[in-house]
Design a binder for this molecule. Sequence first.
Ligand SMILES: *Cc1c(COP(=O)(O)O)cnc(C)c1O
Length: 843
Amino acid sequence: MATPLTDQEKRKQISVRGIAGLGDVAEIKKSFNRHLHFTLVKDRNVATPRDYFFALAHTVRDHLVGRWIRTQQYYYEKDPKRIHYLSLEFYMGRTLQNTMINLGLQNACDEAIYQLGLDLEELEEIEEDAGLGNGGLGRLAACFLDSMATLGLAAYGYGIRYEFGIFNQKISNGWQVEEADDWLRYGNPWEKARPEYMLPVHFYGRVEHTGEGVKWVDTQVVLAMPYDTPVPGYKNNTVNTMRLWSAKAPNDFNLQEFNVGDYIEAVLDRNLAENISRVLYPNDNFFEGKELRLKQEYFVVAATLQDIIRRFKSSKFGCRDPVRTSFETFPEKVAIQLNDTHPALAIPELMRILVDVEKLDWDKAWEVTVQTCAYTNHTVLPEALERWPIYMFEKLLPRHLQIVYEINHRHLQKIAELYPGDNDRLRRMSLIEEGDPKRINMAHLCVVGSHAVNGVAQIHSDIVKSTVFKDFHDVEPEKFQNKTNGITPRRWLLLCNPGLADIIAEKIGEDFLTDLFQLKKLLDFIDDDAFIRDVANVKQENKQKFAAYLEKEYKVKINPESIFDVQVKRIHEYKRQLLNCLHIITFYNRIKKDPNKHFVPRTVMIGGKAAPGYHMAKLIIKLITSVGQVVNNDLVVGDRLKVIFLENYRVSLAEKVIPAADLSEQISTAGTEASGTGNMKFMLNGALTIGTMDGANVEMAEEAGEENLFIFGMRVEDVEEMDRKGYNAKEYYERLPELRQVIDQIRSGFFSPKEPEMFKDVVNMLLNNDRFKVFADYEAYISCQEKVNELYRNPKEWTKTVIRNIAGSGKFSSDRTITEYAREIWGVEPSDVKIPPPNEPRD
Ligand SMILES: *Cc1c(COP(=O)(O)O)cnc(C)c1O
C-alpha cells in the first residue's frame, strides 16, 4: 500500500503542472540567504523562525516588484478606465502563500525552503492576518481585489490602514475577552509607504460665501499618508494596488493658534489627529454613530478623491482631451464603487470638489458625480443602516451638510413633480429624517447619488427593491441591479485545500481555477468509484489534519469519524447560532434518553466574534461554551457528540476549518442574510449545506439542485405572513415537548449550575421578543438534521452529493461577480491579456 502523501508532496504534485525549475530553486535560496543577511541582519546561528518568515516574504516580494511597476506603467500608457473600490474594510488575511500561488512560485519556494532544512507551512503560520475587516463585507472586498487583478482590470482598493485590526478573541471561563490586534508589531513586509504622496484632509471649520464662490475655511488639517500593497492577479503578471491611508498630524499641529507656549502638550496632542486610523470599529451589521467613525469615513473619502482626481488630471487622454471640456470625460475614465454606505461621503465630496474647487455648475457636477458613483447595499437590517445625526455632521463637515441639503432639495423637487401632493412620499424619500436628533439617511444619499444600486444576491436585491428602496425603485427601476457575491477560488480552494484542487485538476485540468463553471464537468465522474473514493479520502485527510491542529493548539480531542458540523461567522441573533444550540441540546437529550441506541456521531464546531458591545452575542458564546462543558464531560455521551467553540475565528482559521467540514450551517431567518459568502466557501470545499432559503443559499440550491442541499424552514413569504399574523414563541414552546425540555434546562441552570440565572436574558428573548423567530424553525431544523444523519450513514451517497455540490459551485467565483460589475456597472471589459513579464534591473 502506498503511504499517503504529505501536504508538501501534494502541493508539489499540482506544482508539477505549475513548474519548479532547478534554476528557480537555486535563485530563491540565494535571495533568501541574502535577505536573511542584509534585510534581517542575522545568520543561521541566531535567526528565529520569524526571521526565516521575513526572509522568505522579502524573497517573494522581490518577484512582485517588477510586475507591479510594469503594470502601473502599462496603465499610464494605455489609460484604461480606472476602477476604484472604496471600502472601510479589507479583510485580507495572510499574504505569503497567496502571492506564491498567484506568481506560480509555490513549488519553487517549497523546494528551496525544504532544501534549506526548513518547513514552509511552519513559516506561513508565523504571518499575522491582516484583519482589517469584520466579516463578509471586508472579506468580499479582498476577494474582489484578487478577481479584479486576475481579470486584468485597472483597479485600486482604497481604505484605511488601521493600526489595530479586528480584535483577537480569547475565551476565558467560557466568555469572550478581547485583545488588541497589534498586527504591525514586527513590521509588514508587503506594504510600501509613500510619504511623497501624502495629502491633506480638512475637518471642522466654517463656510464662507465670497465673491469667488464658496470657501470652507478655518479647518483643522490631518495628513493622509498612503501605504501601498501589491495585489497580484493569478499568473497574468498584473499587479494592482491597494492603497490604505494612515493619519499623520502635520508638523505644526496645534502649535500656532492654540497651544502657544505649550510645545510639549502640542506634540503630545498629535495623537488626537493620528487616532483617526488607530482602530477598526468591530461592529458587523450594526451602526454605531460615533464621531471618530464619521472622521474615518470622511478621511478615506477625502484622501482617495484627491488621489483619483490627481491621477485623472495627469492621465494622457482624460482631462487633457482638447476637444472636450474638463471633467466631461471623468465618468468615462473613473468608476467609484461604494462598498456599503460607509464611503457614501464620496458623493458630496466629489460635488464639493467639482463645484467649489473646479467651478463646474451644479447640474454638470451632479451628472458627473452620478455617472461616476455606484453603490452596493449589504443589508436591510434597520439597526445596520447608517443615519448620522445632523449636529455631528454639521460640526465636522459644515460644507458637506449644505451640499447634502442642496442634493435633497433638488431630489425632493423632482419627486414632488412626479407625485403632486404626496407629502408622505416626500417624507419617506427624504435624505433628511426628522426627529430627535435629526439625521441624514446615508442609504438614500447613495441611491440618489449613484447611477447603479446593487444587492448582493438575487433574493436580497428583490427585497431591496420591494422594501427599503421601494419608493426609489418606483421612480428609477433601471438603477437597481443584482450582483450575487462570490469568493476567489485561488484562496478558497487552491490555497486552503490543495488535496481537493489536485484531484479535480487530475480530472478536468487546471483551467477551472480561472473559469470555475468548468467544475460542472465533474458530473461526468459522478459514478466514477475511484473519483468518489478520492473525494472522500481528501475530506478524511482534511478532517484528520484539523483534528490534529485542535489537539495541538487547544488540547481537545475529537472523533475524526464523526460528522464535522460547522457554523463559523460573526455571532449575531439573525444568524441564529441559538437555533444550532437548540439542536445540540436536543441531540444530547435524545442520547441521554436512549443511551444504548445508535446515533450518528457529531462534532459541532461553532466559531465567531461578538461585537464587544453586543450583550446578547456575548451571552450566546457563553451558552455555547457552557453547553460544551456539560456535553463534552458526560460519559454517557462519549464521542457521539462534542461541542467545540473555535476561538478567534478569522481568515487563516477559516482556511483550516472549512476544508475539514462535512456540514455547513447557514441557518439565518429567511430575508435577513443578504448573501453570505461563508456558505460558498463550504460548498466549494465539499461540505453539504443545511440552510434556509436565504441569501445566496437560494442560488446554491438552484445551481446544485435543491435535493442536494438540506433546505428547511420558513421562506421569506412565510416570514412575512407570520409578521402579519404575529409570531407567538410560546405556542411552539407549549406544543413541542423536546423544545420545552431544552428551554427549561437552559432556564433552570442545567448548563450553568453555579449561576442558574445566567441565561435568563436569552430565554426571555426567545420566548418574548425574538425578532428572528428561532422557535418557528425549530421543528423543521431538527427533522432536517435527522435527514443529514441518514445520508451520512451512506458514505457513497453522501460523497456523490458532495460532488454534485462542488460541480454546482462555479457560479460563486468572484471572477463571475466582478465580470458582471465590470460589464453592467463600470462599462469595462475584463481581459485575459498577459502583461509581458518584466525585465529585472541589471547591475
Ligand atoms: C467568509 C468569511 C466571513 C463571512 O461568513 P458568512 O458566513 O458569510 O457570514 C466571515 N469571517 C471570515 C473570517 C470569513 O472568511
